[in-house]
Write a protein that binds this ligand. Structure first.
Ligand SMILES: NC(=O)c1ccc[n+]([C@@H]2O[C@H](COP(=O)([O-])OP(=O)(O)OC[C@H]3O[C@@H](n4cnc5c(N)ncnc54)[C@H](O)[C@@H]3O)[C@@H](O)[C@H]2O)c1
Ligand SMILES: O=C(O)[C@H](O)[C@H](O)COP(=O)(O)O
Length: 307
């Protein structure tokens, strides 16, 4: 029987697991559940005889592909698939997919929540500031970026965006102002919200020089990946520019140094939680299960991300 493994070190909410199981069993397949595993050996044992795997941020590398002799497809229930070794997947003849857009509203709501929390001085009672009339700069205008734009407009913010691949015309049509370069975006906006994937082009690209261009009292918020931040450069800029603030959903390696140097000008969620809502778990989990069934039963590869 075709086996679908849900391998989630950070589990989905229970209703999402039930919905996935339902889709899998209606297709005549079996679900295997591996949640909250603590050792890689548990993952290696679990993948041994499965045909498909649904993951979150779980790392799927050569060792996992080598151990999964029947594997045909891995679906990352989420947007970023930098946790899967795509070259190894292709070498092992395994299809990799993501589930684009399924958790983007959850992340956008977290971004706006963190911005309000910051603007009101982490609710310490001191007089804060408002988001209305501030300039919101969105770096990467994909599913999350567009949702941030939609909600930020409701706050009365003016929206600016840069994307390496989305044409300026499309940005304009959505009601935002296209900006031609990343440095210009940083120099223009009171808030910069990062939504670019971790790629060779973006890794460590958010650096000292960019932060030093930001207007007075500006805020940088990262809900994408920690890899895109040059952590030492950001700390140096924030140490020199005592008006700037940094909020992140992905705790940096130098978190303790950030806390010590920046106090309440810095905030990190304790664990990445942008996509951690019941709705996003359901959307992404259900999409992943449907994509697996469609791939195995009908050969549909719509959301394939490897060659
Ligand atoms: N915090 C979380 O829980 C959470 C949840 C979802 C996504 N994410 C992260 O956020 C990222 C964005 O998610 P999404 O759903 O909007 O993805 P998406 O694929 O819809 O959008 C990504 C956008 O980035 C653009 N882009 C790619 N390379 C670029 C570059 N070098 N410079 C500028 N723009 C570039 C693309 O054109 C695209 O518009 C994901 O890759 C992931 O790393 C984090
Ligand atoms: O790229 C994404 O979609 C998110 O980073 C991802 O879904 C969040 O990671 P998770 O909470 O699923 O581990």
């Amino acid at each position: 029987m075709t086996k679908v493994l849900i391998a989630t070190e950070k589990p989905f909410a229970a209703p999402a697991v039930a919905a996935i199981k339902d889709i899998v069993s209606k297709a005549g397949y079996e679900t295997v559940l591996l949640e909250k595993y603590t050792e890689k050996s548990q993952l290696l044992a679990a993948v041994a005889d499965v045909d498909a795997i649904i993951i979150r941020s779980d790392k799927i590398d050569k060792e996992v592909f080598d151990a999964a002799k029947n594997l045909k497809i891995v679906v990352r229930a989420g947007a970023g698939y930098d946790n899967v070794d795509l070259a190894e997947a292709t070498a092992h003849n395994v299809c990799v997919m993501n589930t684009p857009g399924q958790n983007s509203n959850a992340v956008a709501e977290l971004v706006m929540g963190l911005l309000v929390f910051n603007a009101r001085n982490q609710f310490n009672g001191k007089s804060g500031s408002e988001l209305k009339d501030k300039k919101m700069g969105i770096l990467a205008y994909g599913n999350v970026g567009r949702n941030v734009a939609r909600i930020a407009k409701g706050f009365g913010m003016e929206i600016f965006a840069y994307d390496a691949f989305v044409p300026a015309e499309a940005i304009k049509e959505s009601g935002a102002t296209p900006i031609a370069t990343v440095p210009e975006l940083f120099a223009t906006c009171d808030v910069i919200s990062l939504h670019a994937p971790a790629t060779p082009e973006t890794i460590k690209s958010i650096n000292y020089d960019l932060l030093m261009k930001m207007p007075k009292d500006a805020v940088l918020i990262n809900s994408a990946r920690k890899e895109i931040i040059d952590e030492e450069g950001v700390l140096k800029a924030l140490t020199e520019r005592t008006d700037l603030r940094y909020l992140t959903d992905i705790m940096p390696a130098n978190h303790e140094a950030m806390v010590a140097a920046l106090g309440d000008r810095y905030f990190s969620t304790p664990k990445k939680m942008g996509a951690q809502t019941g709705e996003a778990n359901n959307n992404a989990g259900i999409a992943a299960a449907n994509q697996i069934v469609d791939f195995i039963a009908n050969g549909v590869e719509k959301f394939r991300v490897n060659k």
